[in-house]
Every structure is written in C-alpha cells, then in structure tokens.
Design a protein around this ligand. Structure first.
Ligand code: TPP
Length: 693
C-alpha cells in the first residue's frame, strides 16, 4: 500500500496542507502540544502518572498517527489496521490522548479526565481488554516490543496465507530506554531480524533518562549498532523534527528489514524546570510547572480543552484511512466465498468445532483400538498430527527443543523469511521472547500459537504468560519434562515448584494429563479456551494408557474425575464406599492405581481420582467438587511436585506424597524410589492415616 496521504486529504485545514514550512511546523506543534497538554493535565488531576514520556514523544506520535498509520477509529478492530504498541506503557497518557484526538468514539474527554480512576477506559497502564484501540497490555518493560514481533509474525503469516490484498499492514512500536535495557528486547529483536520482519518499525524514545536519572548511570549501549547487528535497518533522528521523523518512517516502510528509528527527544518537553530530567518521568508536574509549560508551548487553552482547529485537524487525520478501509472491505467481499469465510472465521477466533471434535474422536478411537504406552509428550505429538491439519490456525514452535517437546508434526513446514506461510517457528533459545511473541500473535488474531520448552523454563516465560492470562489470550504452552521423571539431567532441569507457581496465575489453566487419552482431551480443552492461556505439562518418560475404550465426553473438562473405583472390600465395592481416596495428576496417576492394588491386598478399599487440571476442578461448583472428592476418611494426593495447592482437595490433614526439595541427577526410576514417590509409599501413607501401618 502506498503511504497514506497527510490529513489534508480529508480536511483542507490540516497541518500538512498549509502553504509555508513555518506554517507547517506551527501546525504540527499545535497538534503535538495537544498531546502534551492532555497528558500533563490528566496526570495532574489523577495526582499520579507519567507526563514525561507523552510530552517528550508527542512529536513522534503526531507524525506517526497523522501521516503514517492506517486505522479506523470507528472500527478499532479492523483486521488490516496498522498496529501500534506503546511498549513503554507507563506513558499511557500518550496513547489515550491520541485515541481521543483521533476520534475513537469511546475515548471521550470524560475518560481522559478519569485517567487512572476505577472503571475508566484510561487505566494507569494500557490494557488491551479494557480500551478499544489499545492493542496490547503494557507496563512490564520490554513485553510490548516482543508482542509487536509476534504481531508482525502473524501479519506475515496471514499475508502469505490469504494474500496481500487482505493482509498488508505495519506494526509500529514506541519503545523507551527501559524497554531496550530489558533482556527480553534482545530475544525479540534477534528473532525479528532473523525473520526479516520488514513491516515492523520501532521508534525509540531516545531521551537518555530513566527513573534513577541519566541513562549513563547504568547503560552505554549503542542501540543503533545493536539493532544493526541483529539484522535491522537503524537510523537516528531528531525526535522533535517532524520532517525527519516522517522521512525516516517513509524509509522504514520501504525497507527489506525491520527498522529502528532512534528519536532523540527531551523527556517532559516543554516543562520549564523538569524537562530533560527524571523529575518529569513519573509524577505530576505541579501547578507552577504546568503553567510554565503552557507558556513555553504557547498553549493558551485551559485544562482539558482542545482548540477547535486542532481537534478538527486531529479528527480529519483520524479519517485518513476511511477510504482504504472501504476499499479493503470491497476486496474482502470479492474473495471467493470459502476463502472469505475462512478469513472472517479465523479473525473472529471461532474454531471449527466439528473438525476439532472429529479429530479428537478419531484419536480416541485409535487409542482405544491400540493402547499406547508412551510419554505424554509423544501422545501430544500424535494429537498434533491430527489437530494441526484440522485446525489451520494452529501455529507451533519450540525454543530450540523441537525434538524433545514433540511440537513439530510430520509435514509441518517451517516459517522463515523465505516462507512466512510455514506453521512451525524455530524460536531459538528464547523462551521469554517466544512467550511474548505468542501473545502478540494471539492479539493480532487469525492464529492460535502453541510452543514448546521444558516445564522448568516456564520461569523464563512467566512474565509473558502472566500477561496472556491478564489479557485473556489463547496461547498454548507445551511444557515437557515435567518432573523428576526426566531423570539424569538433574535438579536444574527438574521442575518442583513450577506446577504450583503456574496454578497460582489467575486465568491460566495448567493441564497435566496421565496418558494418551487425557493428553488428547487436554489439547481439546486448551484449543477451546478462547479467553485464556493454557500450559500442558507433559512427561519425558513413558506411561501406561490408563483410559480404555472411547468416552464420548471429555472427562478432563471437570478437572478431576474418578478413574478407578473403590477396590478392596467386597461390600465397599458394591456400595462404592471407599476407605481411601487417592488423587493424582500426570505420571503419578499410574502410581496411585498401583497403590490402590496394594491397599486392596491389605483389605483397604481405595479409589483413584485423576486430576488432570486442578485449576478447572477448583472452578467447579462446591457440590461437584464434593462429589468427586468423596467422603472417604483418608485422602492422599500424589504429585511429583510440591504440596502447595493440594490442601484444597485433601485438606490439611490429608497425606501428600510428592517433593519437598529439589530433585537430583539419576535414572528416573531411581529418583522416584529415592524421593519416595512409589506405590508402596502411597499405600504406606494411606495405611498410616488409617492407623494400620
Ligand atoms: C520490567 C519492569 N521493570 C521496572 C519497571 C518500572 N519502571 C517503569 S518506567 C521505568 C524506566 C523508565 O525509564 P524509560 O524506560 O527510559 O522511560 P522514560 O523515563 O523515558 O519515561 C521503570 C524502571 C517496569 N515498568 N517494568
């Protein structure tokens, strides 16, 4: 698409349409000063917030939104809009001011006045699920930049699949010093450079200031060289020179590489004593400073008032792409019906439920016919062999553990700069960047990203997983080698506290299936979870297939269910009465079932409840939970992780067989014996509680 015309196309009175360069500059300044004024006034009114970045980056944002970007305020979710990511989320007032000025209908002046107040569309940091026009939730520095890489990946992938007539947009990022100091930025820029994501443009707010003071206190990286080394086109401009910014953006759009534009700016631009200093970063400027800034900027309007001519210019800039949007709609309408339906369905996030159900049923029938004693990571691969062809929006990957995570199915093409249509991404050893890019892909829409790494490295993904949960995004993390069961690699690689730590994240669903059938069911649930991320914790070691036959229902959906009824005393069996309830997840379900046999030999009736998903189970009604937990006097939980979380099932007086220390390096069978996670120890724990030991 050619660069959009300046605002003049829609309204002759706008900045760029005027006669002389000085007039242009004055008109630009007034547009930018509107952002500055709104930011300082809103922060002042809220008595908290960050005026420095919006005031410093106002010129960049003005050029970007009034000259370069395409979007439609009346349809913020238009699929082919350019994406803008404010990676430095603390500067949220920049984005809110721009959305208001451009005419996003819900971003009213009343919302600007309610900055940071309860229930407003203007929370402290941008939240994608709260505010139309906000593409991703930012605040934890570095995440937004990595999200943007994912958005650019999704754009390139969908363009390859559906054609550039329908998918052809840019992703712009405003990143701060803090964003670029965070380690995740290195993973993100390296991946983007490698994949030659040339429609990704990062505008670096190069103000040399962070909270502690001048950047020189802590950093001396040459960012231009750094980005160039990662395969980017990189340049420096004066971030207060609109022409230079516009020119750099034009070059960036023509580049065959992703582009960095390092824009030298003054934080708090316009503030008489605080500009250029950390004092303008994160607190209200104060009445005197604001008065002085108004004088310096020549801004005579009272707080929260935008002069009519300035608002008109901004609003007409907001309408610049209306024609492009209409033309896009016509191109979409002209697509063959089936292709259009697929595109619309994929962007809507609806999966083809019948195809998913058929794939799941087929897998269950296969496993019923030929039960398999395989690791759940291998079961997951078999599941993906059926799911990937059935669900075209699945885009997989791994952080350099493809062969271990089993996330690449037969015939899955690799995504590369030469083939963006590929559906498997080699993310490299970049777990954090991978998880954050996946968030960006999900936010972009049209794809469901899934990935692979070891469960222990969920720690390296955690900040991004937390944001996926907060944003309610469907991303699926395949995390294998889920316990001491991985054996010889030892305690550095053996997750112990990770299941509990992940379960602690609200709106994240953690699955730990016990066999092939549960693995398929958990995959189905993860794909169906349109409004939250999932983790599939899978084993390295082989496990017996415990589920026989074909269940029409997805038994994992309730999170826990009785997999083996009470066995032992004849009358107990008849009445379904148990002396002991054993609860277990994943690889330990088979151990619990073996313990049930040992207990039966001692005349003790034990039932086994498989708990593939504690999160889902805890979300059931109290009544259902009570019925699954049962009323056996003794409850024992078995999981090769820490106890935390299990008391909700077994009570504080229940027995727990699991880990309370780090693991060790040895063959896994030995480790299970060493740490006492065996059928014998489970039976012993139950007998002790019964007073029979
Ligand atoms: C991961 C993370 N660590 C720390 C913070 C707290 N924090 C907010 S802004 C900031 C740095 C500010 O410097 P810079 O990024 O240059 O922004 P500017 O001062 O230019 O607005 C920090 C440390 C954060 N938001 N995210």
């Amino acid at each position: 698409m050619p660069p959009l015309a300046a605002a003049s196309a829609a309204a002759p009175s706008t900045a760029a349409s005027s006669a002389s360069p000085q007039h242009d500059r004055m008109a630009h300044d007034r547009l930018a000063n509107a952002i500055r004024a709104l930011a300082m006034d809103a922060v002042e009114q809220a008595k908290s917030g960050h005026p420095g970045l919006p005031m410093g980056a106002a010129d960049i944002a003005t050029v970007l939104f009034t000259q370069a970007m395409k979007f439609d305020p009346n349809e913020p979710a238009w699929p082919d809009r350019d994406r803008f990511v404010l990676s430095a989320g603390h500067g949220s007032m920049l984005l809110y001011a721009v959305l208001h000025l451009l005419g996003y209908p819900r971003m009213t002046m009343a919302e600007i006045k309610r900055f940071r107040q309860s229930g407003s569309l203007t929370p402290g940091h941008p939240e994608s699920h709260v505010t139309p026009g906000v593409e991703t939730t930012t605040g934890p520095l570095g995440q937004g930049l990595a999200n943007a890489v994912g958005m650019a990946i999704a754009e390139a992938h969908l363009a390859a699949e559906f054609g550039k007539d329908i998918v052809d947009h840019h992703t712009y990022v405003l990143a701060s010093d803090g964003d670029l100091m965070e380690g995740i930025s290195q993973e993100a820029i390296a991946l983007a450079g490698h994949l030659k994501l040339n429609k990704l443009v990062v505008l670096f707010d190069d103000n040399g200031i962070s909270i502690d003071g001048p950047l020189s206190l802590a950093d001396s990286v040459d960012q231009v060289k750094r980005f160039e080394a990662a395969g980017w086109a990189a340049t420096r401009v004066d971030g207060h020179d609109p022409e230079a910014i516009a020119l750099a953006l034009e070059k960036a759009r023509a580049s065959s590489k992703p582009s960095l534009i390092a824009c030298k700016t003054t934080i708090g631009f316009g503030a008489p004593t605080k500009a250029g200093s950390e004092k303008s970063h994160g607190s209200p400027l104060g009445a005197d400073e604001i008065k002085g800034a108004r004088e310096r900027l020549g801004w005579t309007s009272p707080a929260f008032e935008v002069p009519a001519d300035v608002l008109t210019s901004w609003r007409s800039a907001g309408q610049r792409a209306a024609g492009h949007h209409q033309a896009w709609k016509q191109r979409l309408a002209a697509l063959p019906a089936e292709k259009r339906a697929q595109f619309e369905r994929r962007l809507s996030g609806k999966i083809e439920a019948d195809k998913l159900a058929a794939a799941v049923r087929g897998l269950k029938e296969t496993f019923a016919k030929t039960p398999k004693e395989i690791a759940t990571r291998a079961a997951s691969e078999l599941a993906l062999d059926a799911l990937v062809p059935a669900i075209p929006e699945l885009v997989g990957g791994s952080a350099d553990l493809t062969g271990s995570n089993n996330t690449k199915t037969k015939g899955m093409a690799v995504m590369s700069s030469a083939a963006y249509g590929g559906r498997f991404i080699h993310y490299g050893v970049r777990e954090h960047g991978m998880a954050a890019a996946m968030n960006g892909m999900a936010l972009h829409g049209g794809v469901i990203p899934y990935s692979g790494t070891f469960l222990v490295f969920s720690d390296y993904c955690r900040p991004a997983i937390r944001l996926a949960a907060l944003m309610g995004q469907r991303v699926i993390h395949v995390m294998t080698h889920d316990s001491i069961g991985l054996g010889e690699d030892g305690p550095t690689h053996q997750p112990v506290e990770h299941l509990a730590a992940l379960r602690a994240i609200p709106n994240l669903t953690v699955y730990r299936p016990c066999d092939t059938v549960e693995t398929v069911e958990c995959w189905q649930l993860a794909i169906e979870s349109a409004h939250g991320p999932s983790v599939l914790a899978l084993t390295r070691q082989n496990l017996p297939q415990l589920r026989q036959g074909v269940d029409a229902d997805n038994r994992c959906a309730a999170g826990a269910y009785e997999i083996a009824p009470a066995e032992g005393k004849a009358q107990a069996k008849a009445q379904g009465k148990a002396d002991v309830s054993l609860f277990a997840s994943g690889s330990e379900v088979a151990i619990a079932i073996a313990a049930r046999r040992l207990l039966a030999e001692r005349g003790v009736a034990a039932r086994v409840v498989s708990v593939p998903c504690l999160d889902r189970f805890m979300a059931q009604t109290a009544e259902l939970r009570r019925s699954v937990i049962g009323d056996a006097p003794v409850k024992v939980a078995v999981e090769a992780g820490i106890r935390q979380g299990w008391d909700a099932v077994i009570g504080t007086d229940g027995a727990f067989v699991g880990m309370s220390s780090f693991g060790a390096s040895a063959p896994y069978q030995e480790l299970y014996r060493h740490f006492g996670i065996t059928p014998e120890k489970v039976a012993e724990a139950a007998l002790a509680k019964l007073g029979k030991s």
